[in-house]
Design a protein. Structure first.
Length: 244
């Protein structure tokens, strides 16, 4: 039995209310959701976190728009954001240069503000995302500020020429993954494809990331059932090898 949860991101079905998002996830064989706050996804106004949990799914993490190292996101604003609670991982972004002199103080204050709500800086998950901090700076941030990593496969492929090596480098701090189907030869120009179309490199990167608490699908491709089944097969197979 797999020890890695599998499920959906609210970005895959932004129009579904909390109960319906949970029901779809369970119907596809998953048990975990991740949710994005502040983007108009229906779960926020139709049950929220309590509604998702009552419907039988685990909430892996909640994503917020905070950008570490960006003065547009002051620490006191981070502390007042909704949906933050003890023990719940929170996904954020990190600006390029967030660990540089003159900006690192703000970054630390933001991390401290979110940590005050979650209870542990390791629950502040920085997403691998194009336009934000590169891999080396993410390593530096995790080492110095004690944050974690959300491994977004497409985001990682857009910020490095060797995603598998980068995933291995980030593995000590990576606890969750989010996958998308896209052309790994052109990650900037392709998206929302079936996960089966890029199964090889996706699985290689996930394997390099090591043990993960959960992996979710974020995609508008009409293949959520197949994508979820693929993840379930991968992690069930991994669990079988581990216990053989």
């Amino acid at each position: 039995m797999s020890t890695t949860g599998v499920g959906l991101s609210s970005g895959s079905a932004p129009g579904l209310d909390a109960a319906a998002l949970a029901a779809l996830t369970l119907e596809l064989g998953g048990g975990t959701v991740d949710v994005r706050a502040g983007k108009g996804h229906a779960w926020e106004d139709t049950g929220g976190l309590a509604g998702l949990r009552a419907a039988g799914v685990e909430v892996g993490f909640v994503g917020i728009g905070t950008v570490l190292g960006d003065p547009a996101h002051p620490a006191d604003g981070c502390a007042a954001l909704p949906w933050l609670e003890p023990g719940l991982p929170v996904k954020v972004f990190a600006a390029e240069g967030c660990t540089a002199p003159g900006r690192y103080e703000l970054t630390l204050a933001q991390v401290a503000a979110v940590t005050a709500r979650t209870g542990d800086s390791r629950l502040v998950l920085v997403e691998t995302h194009h336009g934000y901090a590169p891999v080396g700076e993410l390593v530096d941030l995790c080492e110095r500020a004690g944050t974690g990593i959300l491994l977004d496969t497409m985001g990682l492929a857009r910020i490095t020429d060797d995603p598998a090596a980068a995933a291995a480098r980030l593995a000590p701090w990576t606890t969750y993954g989010q996958v998308k189907g896209f052309d790994w030869a052109d990650p900037a120009g392709s998206r929302h494809r079936p996960l089966a179309s890029c199964a090889g490199p996706t699985r290689e990167v996930l394997a390099a990331a090591g043990a993960l608490r959960a992996v979710t699908v974020e995609s508008k491709a009409p293949s959520l059932a197949e994508d979820t089944a693929l993840l379930l097969d991968w992690y069930a197979a991994g669990a079988s090898r581990a216990t053989a």
